[in-house]
Design a protein around this ligand. Structure first.
Ligand SMILES: [Zn+2]
Length: 206
């Protein structure tokens, strides 16, 4: 397996993740996982909202692992909820960066709306951090979102895909754009040796 270089994550993204985790887990839950993942310096002290480098991708991945471990069987669902909250934070606090300020999608066909928001997420990440490489794959029947620099699973190993936080964010993004709850499935993951993490927009959940 190719060991990815340990890139930096910028302050604003760490702040977004911590604010969302706090919303979902509460102060006690968040503080516990900050301790177990070696990030205790952020207890009651979130980084500022700017694009200065903050933590390493591998530390961000450890935080994800710590949350999964902390909740046991409920960990995946918890991470998906944090991902959802994280997209909502983006819309609320970073509408300009995300390119969604004042955007009206109502007149567009559903597929165009999904493409619009997934491209917006990829562009916002790339604008925040030049190390990030993310794009859409439209070659198949379903639209897919790909990142080859995913920090959720950086340096982690698993037989199955593990980027639950990412799945939650993308599912929330698609729901924001369409008003419908689509299933998002992670088909490839760096943690299982794939070249990238790939997330497919599946069927509408009934
Ligand atoms: Zn990943």
């Amino acid at each position: 397996m190719v060991q990815k270089e340990d890139s930096k994550i910028v302050n604003s993204l760490v702040r977004q993740a911590l604010t969302s985790a706090k919303e979902v887990m509460g102060d006690n839950g968040l503080n516990a996982v900050l301790h177990t993942s070696g990030l205790e310096r952020f207890v009651g002290n979130f980084p500022p909202n700017n694009l200065e480098p903050s933590i390493n991708a591998s530390q961000y991945a450890q935080l994800n692992q710590a949350i999964e471990d902390f909740y046991g069987r409920g960990g995946k669902g918890m991470l998906r909820r944090i991902g959802k909250a994280s997209f909502q934070y983006g819309v609320r606090e970073q509408a300009a960066l995300l390119g969604v300020a004042g955007v009206a999608l109502k007149l567009l066909p559903e597929k165009q709306r999904i493409k619009f928001i997934l491209n917006a997420v990829a562009d916002a990440l790339k604008k925040s951090n030049p190390d990030v490489d993310a794009w859409l794959d439209e070659s198949g029947e379903r639209i897919a979102y790909i990142e080859s620099t995913c920090s959720v699973c950086h340096s982690r190993h698993s037989e199955t895909p593990i980027c639950y936080l990412y799945v939650g964010s993308l599912a929330e993004a698609v729901q924001w754009a369409t008003g419908k709850e689509y299933e998002v499935i992670e088909t490839h993951c760096l943690a299982k040796g794939d070249e990238y993490c790939r997330f497919e927009v599946g069927e509408v959940k009934s």
